[in-house]
Structures are given as C-alpha cells and as structure tokens.
Ligand binder design. Structure first.
Ligand code: UD1
Ligand code: UDP
Length: 358
C-alpha cells in the first residue's frame, strides 16, 4: 500500500523522523514537503541530521498569509495526489501543512490518517486549534498521544478508529538522546550543566502583539541569569523591526542564537536548569527530560504536564516570571504520561490492521 506523507514545518520533521523509520518497513511511503519552513536551520538540517528520507516532492510553498499559504499548498498537494494515487494520506500535528494535506485528501476521498490527534487548547483564536479540529473531523484513523486527547475526541463524537498510541516525540527523544550527547557538548555554547535557562518563543499570539513580546523579552532579562534563546525567524524579525532590538543590545544575560538543530536542542533541553517556552513540542520535551518548564501561554494542550507539576503556565503581561520561578518546587514524582516510546510502531500496526479490515 502507498502512503502519502505530508509535512512542512519544524515539529513535523521531528515526528516524521520517528514514524517514517517504522512505516517504511511495511508500506511504500511517498514524502511530500510543502516547504512551509524553508531556511536550512528550520528544515534542511532536520532531514540531514535525523536521516529523514529525502522528500519525493518539495512543493516550495514558503511563507504567506494563512489563505495564500494553505491554498497554494492545497493546489500543489492535489496535483501530487492525482499523480501518485495513494491509498492514504498521513498528516502530523496542527500546522497549515497539516490542514492543506487533510482537506485535499478528504475532498478526493482518500483516507486520512492523523498523528497527534485530539489535542485541544479550546482557544479558537489559535490557527493551530482550527487546523487540528478540522483535521480530526475528517480523519479515517486517529492516533492520540494521551488519554486526554482521546477523551477530547469522544466529547466531539469521534470514537471510532481512535487509537491511543503514545507520543511519537517521546519515541524521538529516546532514539536521539544518546546521538545528541555524542555529537554535541555544552562547551560549544559556552554553557554549564544546570546553569542556564533555555527559552523559545514563536507563537503567533506572543509575537504578533509587540506589547506581549516586549513583556516576554523583559521577563527574560529580569531573570538576571544566563538565558539561551534559539530564536525562530518570525520572532527575530519582530525584534529587528522594533525597539526590542535596542533593549536586547543593552543587556548581557539573554543570548540570542539562530535556531539550533534537533540534536543540539535536546542537549540544551536536558542540561537546562529550566525551560521557558511557548512551543508545544518543547513543553513535552522538557517533561521527557525531567526539566521544569514555564510556558508563556494562557492554556496548553499538554495538560498532563501542568497537572503533574512539571509545567507552569505564566502570563508575562500580568505575572513576574522571576517570582513564579523563585516560588516553584520541583515535583518528587515523574510518571510516564506519553506512552512507552513505541508510538510509531503502534501506528504502523494499526494502519496495517485498518487496511486488512477493509
Ligand atoms: C508554524 C505553525 C505553528 C508551529 C510552528 C513551528 C501554522 C499556522 N503555524 O508557525 O503551529 O508551532 O510552525 O515552528 O502552521 N519564516 C522564515 N523562515 C522559515 C520559516 C518561517 O523566515 O523557514 C518566517 C517567515 O517570515 C514566516 C514566519 O516565519 O512568515 C512564520 O512562518 P509560518 O510557517 O507561517 O508560521 P510559524 O510561526 O513558523
Ligand atoms: N526545535 C529545534 N531547534 C530549535 C527549536 C526547536 O530543533 O531551535 C525542535 C524542538 O526540540 C521540538 C520541535 O522543534 O522537537 C518543536 O517545534 P516548534 O517549537 O517549532 O513547534 P511546536 O512544537 O510549538 O509546534
């Protein structure tokens, strides 16, 4: 059977690395990269470093408004589907690349499989929430990372063909942690174990509003301790175009660097004293690494990390990050919340069963 995989943004490269390795043992995978992310440090480095199979189709769609970007992806993905006639389309997560792949598959009556189904922030102002709700409702097979995600689907009436498999990002860290320690070390970042904060910022709701972005950057500066900030290009642009550029130039504790590779990132995560982020994937990776996380959002899809005490939601417009961190206590327990590290194989097994049952 032929499976057409659609990816395009950074977190999807990490997820596909884990799944593709297993999927190719049983299926013919055709890889489509929409080109949503295109800088080498946002895309190419993941293919090279994680041995992701070279895309069969690079659509080079690039950046743009939601309509333009998603629409252009759809036009090009549709052409690929007509040509390849896949038995199913496989999508990951909640980006515009996910939605484009999903809509094309569903309109052409090609079965759609969704990895990381059932996540909800219940905030419809997030583009990702729209992307994931729509994708879930038109999927033929849904793979959830957590029980919460399966329950969220049930609340929306989606109960058939839902499989709780665990999180493919947990598979990924388990596979890559040792490679990361072999290939990189903290000295090259001039950092010491548990002596720095690692931060990432890229969510639209944190970067589109300069007052919020300013509050975030000031809260990092106010920590007055070493912070390493591998910065997403969208956030870098906002900083360059604002007074924040000058603010950052006058301080020395927050060090901005280009986006790092995945193997560098999981090394930086593991050795950080704590992580400060608005990323979905990084919240979970903090949990996997047993590193406290402070999430710069008003809600999270990864509610288990908060309930377990390893993740704290912080609103830098109304709270002092420094105070929240000072008052924080590391929990004594750490449970396996994201499966057993074999999510990818479980996905492949379920896909096989699904085809056999038809
Ligand atoms: C997208 C996803 C988000 C995900 C994030 C992962 C959507 C709606 N959002 O957000 O869910 O968390 O990816 O990183 O799909 N840019 C570059 N070079 C690149 C890529 C982007 O300079 O290689 C800049 C462009 O100015 C672009 C902006 O970043 O307009 C935003 O990129 P886009 O892919 O639209 O959204 P992300 O913020 O990356
Ligand atoms: N990541 C990376 N380098 C970076 C920042 C993030 O390799 O400089 C990885 C991170 O380890 C995780 C994934 O990218 O695996 C998360 O992607 P991102 O934060 O861009 O998106 P989100 O998960 O919020 O959708």
């Amino acid at each position: 059977k032929k499976i057409l995989t659609v990816v395009g943004a950074r977190p999807q490269f990490v997820k596909v690395a884990a799944v593709s390795r297993k999927l190719r043992n049983s299926f013919h995978e055709v890889m489509v990269d929409t080109g949503q992310h295109y800088d080498y440090k946002m895309a190419g480095v993941f293919f090279d470093e994680l041995d992701i199979p070279k895309p069969d189709y690079s659509l080079n769609v690039g950046s743009g408004s939601h309509g333009l970007q998603t629409g252009n992806m759809m036009v090009k993905i549709e052409e690929v589907v007509f040509k390849e006639k896949p038995d199913a389309v496989l999508v990951y997560g909640d980006t515009n690349s996910t939605l484009a792949g999903s809509l094309v598959a569903s309109k052409l009556h090609v079965p759609l499989f969704h990895v990381e189904a059932g996540l909800r922030s219940y905030n419809k102002r997030m583009p990702e929430e729209i992307n994931r709700v729509l994708t879930d409702h038109i999927s033929s097979l849904l793979f959830t990372p957590t029980e919460t995600a399966s329950l969220n689907l049930a609340k929306e009436g989606i109960v058939h063909n839902v499989h709780l498999v665990g999180d493919v990002m947990f598979d990924a860290v388990n596979y890559y942690w040792s490679q990361s320690e072999k290939k990189y070390d903290l000295n090259s970042f001039s950092l010491k174990d548990k002596d720095y904060y690692l931060a990432t910022i890229h969510r639209a709701e944190n970067t589109n509003n300069i007052a919020i972005l300013t509050a975030i950057i000031k809260s990092l500066i106010d920590l007055n301790e070493s912070v390493i900030l591998p910065l997403h290009p969208r956030t870098q642009q906002k900083i360059n175009d604002s007074a924040l550029r000058g603010v950052l130039a006058q301080q020395s504790n927050v060090k901005i660097i280009d986006p790092v590779s995945y193997l560098e990132m999981i090394l930086l995560e593991k050795h950080a004293k704590a992580i400060i982020t608005d990323s979905g994937g990084v919240q979970k990776e903090a949990y996997f690494a047993k590193v406290p996380c402070f999430t710069l959002r008003s809600e999270t899809e990864w509610v288990e990390t908060v309930e377990s005490g390893w993740n704290v939601l912080v609103d830098p417009m109304n709270q002092s990050l420094k105070q929240v961190i000072e008052m924080y206590n590391v929990p004594s327990q750490h449970m396996m919340l994201y499966g057993d590290g074999n999510a990818a194989q479980k996905i492949v097994d379920q896909i096989e069963l699904w085809f056999k049952s038809r």
